[in-house]
Design a binder for this molecule. Structure first.
Ligand code: FES
Length: 110
């Protein structure tokens, strides 16, 4: 999840540690089935999936990356996604999906 734009593991954040003014965004907040975020759409386009636990975390982390750096290099993507990429997921597809979603001028939620 994102708290004020920073990536956090949901299972490590106690509810009491989150203040009333913090903006919390989860995968559900990035888009909906009829209105996918750009990253959700490019992940679909590139068949860039891990399991049901990893895919939301990967997309949320990629969202934070593109908000911080809208035009990352492949090396920057790999570095930013380092803790999220597993051999069991479609690693090259995930990198391509993130590159496809990258845009030089947009700041986005996902
Ligand atoms: S454990 Fe989630 S994709 Fe492998």
């Amino acid at each position: 999840m994102l708290i004020d734009g920073e990536v956090y593991r949901s299972c490590t954040v106690a509810v009491g540690d989150v203040g009333g003014g913090d903006k919390i965004v989860t995968i559900e907040g990035l888009g909906s089935p009829g209105r996918l975020s750009r990253l959700q759409a490019t992940f679909m386009k590139h068949t860039a999936f891990g399991c049901g636990y990893c895919t939301p975390r990967i997309i949320v982390t990629a969202t934070a990356l593109l908000n911080e750096n809208p035009r990352p290099t492949t090396e920057e993507i790999v570095s930013a996604m380092d803790a999220n990429l597993r051999r069991c997921a479609s690693y090259p597809n995930i990198i391509e999906a993130i590159k496809d979603a990258a845009s030089p001028s947009e700041k986005r939620e996902g």
